[in-house]
Design a protein. Structure first.
Lengths: 392, 273
């Protein structure tokens, strides 16, 4: 498969076994670990020569085993991922790392450990609130993770190895951002579906290999003419863990998804780890303070208020969501589609704010709610009607 | 100019033929299992009525849930856009359209016949014509009788379940408590109207409000909606046809945009959007 290059390799990886390369590396003696969510500091794994891969579900696999333990009121993404775990999909890995992404992930974690055990199992307690005390707490969590990984691998995580890993991952994110730049063009030279697939492929490879793959994809995209006609609507996609083919569906309906705020998307690559400060402090900042995800709550700094001054709702919204307005402006989105996974309370709580904020910024919004396995026809009618509305 | 609109809904299929901005003829039939066959039959029926052939039409827009199964349609446009267009033409003051279809319902905010926002119900039967049909069947009433009873009821018991099947169980339990049918039915229509307005609430319901779709023919439903809103709503003369009518109007706009009327229906080059 490694004979294939660029987007061909991406397609083939996703069509066959996404984790084939990880299994190969494992056979060669490399330590490989699965991770859940964007909150795991992958740099720490890379620093110890561990190859991380993202734990996701499979839209084409009917969830059967997971439903014996997880209520159907848990999000369908997580149930699908746990279903794969119970079907031994991730058994080959040396370990899995979870984070306190949301309550459903925390509870699933307990089942996961029991029914799909791996040698190394770790849970990072990521605070939900960004303030000084949570930063202190998170530093300790990062140190605990470091010690545990060091003990497991019998290696030492030096400042030097960590810095080297940070450099690699920053390069990784920079390349993803470079690829994303092609979506600013009209018509975009890379589609939303291609972007999604490339990211998924990269999250299934060690970072050095992901970087080579990205370089190939970028060279390929750079050399070609745009695929889509220039008059398509440009859509900002907002949602949670969207490795499913919802993006593809929007594009099948005749729009281009040009920018996103989803987990398999900008949330993964928008921000780098700060190079100028101590590595652990930099990781702390990157994976807590700078993380864009509705499960992280941040408030305006009350210490900076003048006496008698108060924060209004708009200040709160600006603080939390102004990046969305920037995305819409910079990528010239003329509409936004929100696709929420049913029962994802983190996103559901934020959804009215996000919708209001975008509409306030004169970006029309289509709000959809559904499952990880996207039902095509019902959503198609809604998406097409929305595009017709943008036409008018 | 001659245009056609055809709307294949989950339950009923509707066709409208328009001549120079006026409805020349229309036809309504049950959708059934064979969409393509139904599409042909319903269009043939209208054309026969107005003495035209398919090739006489300048442009045909297909809409509704079966819109992809209309081989002779020149373009597909969603029922949301078509209903908005149809209602916009019938009621220029309309701001909110609530369409109650056989198996879904939608709320559309419109301005000058154009969609500004919309919401659709989830995939279950709650808030759809099917829900009311199930209730009528289980109480062994005609739809007309059901409405009459509900309209004349002096009190109501609320139905708390939105799910058609759970609501059915609730009705059975009410009947076993000897609650009179009219009291149950009044509650049923009230809950139904609340369900519709709840869906519409995220878009803000603004006057004029127009009800349309087959479900809006339930007089008791209209009364319940008006009762909750506190003001009258409007209803087209034939609520089943607004989608097909809007489709035929949009077809005419397509022809105007292409700048050529008359002749055969060969419009591959008509611009989209």
């Amino acid at each position: 498969m490694q004979d294939l290059k660029g987007l061909k390799r991406v397609e083939t990886m996703l069509r066959t076994d996404r984790l084939a390369r990880m299994k190969e590396l494992k056979k060669e003696g490399r330590t490989v670990m699965g991770y859940m969510c964007c909150f795991v500091p992958l740099e720490m794994l890379t620093a110890l020569d561990i190859a991380p891969f993202r734990l996701i579900g499979d839209c084409e696999e009917v969830t059967t085993e997971a439903d014996k333990y997880l209520e159907t009121i848990m999000c369908s993404f997580l149930r699908s991922a746990f279903d794969l775990a119970m079907k031994k999909t991730f058994d080959f890995a040396d370990g899995v790392i979870f984070t306190h992404s949301c309550d459903s992930v925390v509870k699933t974690w307990e089942y996961w450990r029991y029914f799909a055990p791996n040698q190394f199992e770790w849970y990072i307690n990521v605070p939900h609130i960004v303030k000084a005390s949570s930063e202190r707490f998170f530093t300790k969590e990062l140190l605990r993770l470091q010690k545990a990984l060091e003990a497991y691998t019998h290696k030492e995580m030096t400042n030097e190895s960590l810095r080297k890993a940070i450099r690699l991952h920053n390069r990784n994110r920079q390349l993803m951002r470079n690829l994303n730049e092609f979506r600013k063009e009209n018509p975009p030279r890379v589609s939303g579906a291609e972007m999604r697939k490339t990211l998924l492929a990269c999250m299934s490879l060690p970072v050095e290999e992901a970087n080579s793959l990205l370089e190939e994809v970028i060279a390929e995209v750079k050399a070609r003419v745009p695929l889509a006609p220039p008059d398509r609507h440009r859509i900002l996609l907002y949602g949670p863990e969207m490795d499913n083919d919802f993006v593809d569906l929007v594009e099948e309906c005749g729009a281009s998804v040009v920018i996103d705020d989803v987990c398999i998307g900008t949330r993964y690559y928008a921000k780098d780890v700060d190079w100028g400060i101590e590595p652990l402090d930099a990781l702390n900042r990157r994976y807590l303070e700078q993380m864009v995800c509705p499960r992280v709550y941040r408030r305006p700094d009350e210490n900076k208020l003048a006496p008698g001054e108060t924060y209004e709702r708009q200040d709160d919204l600006d603080l939390r969501l102004s990046y969305l307005r920037d995305y819409a402006e910079d990528w010239k989105a003329d509409g936004a589609i929100m696709y929420l996974l049913r029962y994802c309370d983190s996103h559901e709580f934020d959804a009215p704010d996000v919708r209001d904020y975008l509409q306030e910024a004169k970006v029309p919004v289509l709000f959809l709610e559904g499952d990880y396995m996207v039902t095509k026809e019902q959503n198609k009618t809604r998406i097409q009607a929305f595009l017709e509305m943008l036409d008018a | 100019m001659l245009t056609g609109g055809i709307d294949i809904g989950s339950t009923m299929t509707k066709a409208v033929v328009m001549r120079d901005g006026e409805i020349a003829g229309s036809e309504i039939t049950v959708t059934g299992a064979e969409h393509r066959r139904t599409a042909h039959l319903v269009m043939a029926a209208v054309l026969e009525r107005v003495g035209l052939k398919l090739d006489d039409l300048d442009f045909i827009v297909g809409t509704g849930y079966g819109r992809l199964n209309i081989p002779f349609a020149d373009r597909q446009i969603t029922e949301i856009t078509c209903h908005a267009r149809g209602i916009g033409s019938l009621f220029p003051q309309a701001q909110t359209v609530i369409e109650i279809g056989g198996q879904d319902c939608k709320c559309i905010r419109v301005r000058d016949g154009k969609v500004t926002d919309f919401a659709m119900n989830e995939k279950c039967a709650a808030g759809t014509g099917r829900f009311l049909q199930i209730a009528a069947d289980m109480m062994e009433l005609t739809l007309d009788k059901m409405n009459e009873l509900a309209l004349n009821a002096r009190e109501m018991v609320p139905i708390s379940n939105y799910c058609a099947i759970f609501a059915q169980q609730e009705i059975i339990s009410d009947l076993s408590l000897d609650i009179p049918a009219d009291v149950i039915l009044a509650g049923l229509f009230d809950s139904f109207a609340r369900r519709l307005l709840k869906m519409a609430a995220s878009l803000k319901v603004v006057r004029e409000v127009v009800l349309t779709g087959g479900g809006s023919k339930h007089r008791a439903l209209r009364a319940a909606v008006e009762n909750i809103l506190g003001y009258p709503v409007r209803l087209p003369a034939e609520p089943l046809l607004t989608g097909a009518y809007g489709a035929a109007l949009l077809a005419a706009e397509q022809v105007q945009r292409a700048g050529r009327a008359g002749g055969t229906r060969k419009f591959a080059e008509v611009s989209v959007g």
